[in-house]
Design a protein around this ligand. Structure first.
Ligand SMILES: [Zn+2]
Length: 366
């Protein structure tokens, strides 16, 4: 078995422009929430300060599963969120610690180090005072990320074009020339012509083109939508003539045309909304993720990944869908030696065909 490893460390844009794909494992917040180290609701990653060893370990796990990127866990460590959990005083420390933990793993594994900014939870971006406040929050995090030596900045989960544009402006202003991946989270609604609009009423392909024109290096969508939903929007974006590389980073949940975001998903048994702590009933299968990776390949989407809900097994599957074998593929399934389903003579000799069929109740299919 040969394992896929990057041949040498070179930049995000070098890779994308030379036709290479970049896989990014996201989904840190939900992962730590499930494991009991982060609180649903605020979703502020204080685990960086409380259990840095676990953050390092999850970075390593995602890299082993094939992520080309170590994304510093600075999502929701901006001033507004830190104030919400009474930890504003720790803002610089949590950002620097998260960046340094990620950097240690990126350097050791020869992967890209990404800084991260996101939606600020503020609204009314027409108001100059709000715009200034948002820009200042971005500036604080971008400057720290640049000081700590990131390769690029991920700016993500903006529901409005207005806030995403402020992020591009801030990265251009304070990022000292480092590249950006800027993604909108598609909480879209239809207008009378059934066009898909962002929360601030901009048609989605126009919104993406505006980010491109403003200087974002990679543009696209992340979070909230599952693979099928996000791909339906990505096809519109792909056909709209955007020139820069496209990013597509869905959540691994089975959203539908009727329930297009994970915030709208309902439990098929109870009919209750499931966000955020009962989403388990809507998780994608690994086959869903494989199909998603294949479809991205066909569409020519080169920056791919998985967001909230992601786990190492999904990232490994995504990598395998594009022909890679990351180190974690050493333990990819080998069902020929399974005690019931195995066809290897060493295990099969222990079963009569009849007993096997009785156990797994798949008569005629074994
Ligand atoms: Zn997400």
């Amino acid at each position: 078995m040969h394992f896929w490893v990057p041949s040498y460390r070179y930049g995000l844009l070098d890779r994308l422009h030379s036709g290479e794909k970049v896989v990014v494992a996201e989904g840190y917040l939900f992962n730590f929430e499930r494991r009991g180290y982060l609180q649903a609701g605020p979703f502020v990653p204080t685990v960086v300060l409380d259990h840095p060893e676990l953050v390092r370990q999850l970075h390593e796990e995602f890299v082993r599963a094939g992520s080309d990127v170590v994304q510093a866990l600075t999502y929701y460590t901006h001033r507004e969120k830190m104030a919400l959990v009474d930890r504003e005083i720790d803002l610089e420390r949590i950002n620097r610690d998260a960046l340094r933990i990620a950097k240690g793993v990126a350097e050791k594994s020869n992967t890209l180090l990404a800084g991260n900014i996101c939606n600020t939870s503020l609204h009314d971006f027409e108001d100059p005072a709000v715009r200034e406040k948002v820009k200042h929050m971005f500036k604080e995090q971008i400057e720290l990320a640049v000081e700590e030596g990131v390769d690029y900045i991920i700016a993500e989960t903006f529901t409005t074009l207005a806030e995403a544009m402020l992020a591009v402006e801030a990265i251009k202003g304070y990022g000292k020339g480092i590249p950006s991946v800027v993604t909108i989270t598609a909480h879209l609604h239809d207008d009378e012509q059934k066009r898909k609009l962002t929360v601030d009423n901009v048609e989605i392909t126009e919104a993406i083109k505006k980010l491109e024109s403003a200087g974002a290096d990679v543009v696209g969508l992340n979070c909230a939508n599952g693979p099928d939903t996000i791909l339906s929007y990505m096809e519109l974006i792909k056909n709209s003539g955007v020139k820069v590389p496209l990013a597509c980073v869905p959540v691994p949940y089975r959203t539908t045309p009727k329930e297009p975001t994970f915030m709208l998903l309902t439990d098929p048994v109870t009919g209750e909304f499931v966000f955020p702590t009962n989403l388990d009933c809507a998780l994608c299968t690994r086959d869903d993720i494989y199909k998603f990776g294949r479809r991205c390949d066909e569409l020519g989407i080169s920056y791919i990944g998985l967001c909230c809900g992601n786990a190492a097994a999904y990232t490994r599957t995504l990598c395998e869908s594009i022909g890679r074998k990351p180190p974690a593929s050493k333990y990819s399934p080998r069902m020929e030696v399974h005690c019931l389903f195995g066809k290897d003579e060493r295990v099969f000799k222990n079963h009569s065909k009849q007993s096997l069929e009785n156990i797994v109740a798949r008569k005629g299919k074994i």
